[in-house]
Ligand binder design. Sequence first.
Ligand SMILES: CC(C)(COP(=O)(O)OP(=O)(O)OC[C@H]1O[C@@H](n2cnc3c(N)ncnc32)[C@H](O)[C@@H]1OP(=O)(O)O)[C@@H](O)C(=O)NCCC(=O)NCCS
Length: 179
Amino acid sequence: MILDLKRLPILETERLRLEPLVAADATHLYPIMGDPEVMAYWDVPEIDDPDVVAEVVQGQVEGMADGRAVYWAMRTLGDQAFVGSCDLSEIDRRHRRAEVGFMLGREAWGQGYALEAVRTVIAFAAGGGLRKLTARTHLGNRRSEVLLAKLGFTEEGLLRGHVFKDGERRDCRVFGLLL
Ligand SMILES: CC(C)(COP(=O)(O)OP(=O)(O)OC[C@H]1O[C@@H](n2cnc3c(N)ncnc32)[C@H](O)[C@@H]1OP(=O)(O)O)[C@@H](O)C(=O)NCCC(=O)NCCS
């Protein structure tokens, strides 16, 4: 079976451990999702209500149970500090593709953690039989674009007015990686 998720995968990198997200991780994601700088290029604005973050995480946990996605909590191997999350979503087994996502708390930026984590997620996806990954960024999300380029993604197109945020429509770039 393509990307069999009966047992949710724990992944390890040189410096990080990626464990499937659980409801209790909402406590760690709350300050990250509440940070306007982190959320500047996310589809929704920063979230200032811990209950809403808990609902988001609950939805992600359910998505994993349905086999539609995997969301990982990213912690450092040394002190087990929660640094962020990354995911494979929109898993389409027929077409052997999925969308990749990532988010780090601001203090964890600039250390190569996202590069390290997503590289391992890509290897997991390829090992599970996926043959294509996509990523979608809002225009201006330079850090994500640089990261995706380092990972080998190439730009495939522009989705005009794809997101409605802060009273205006935003364009998004689509990046793809054939595995
Ligand atoms: C997108 C995001 C995850 C990128 O984080 P990041 O830390 O810039 O990405 P990387 O893990 O690739 O790290 C690259 C940086 O680490 C530095 N670095 C330090 N040690 C490193 C190492 N061992 N290996 C690689 N890079 C290293 C690089 O020089 C680079 O620094 P610079 O940005 O100052 O040039 C982060 O900006 C984020 O969470 N943004 C908000 C959420 C978001 O927009 N998500 C994406 C939606 S599509």
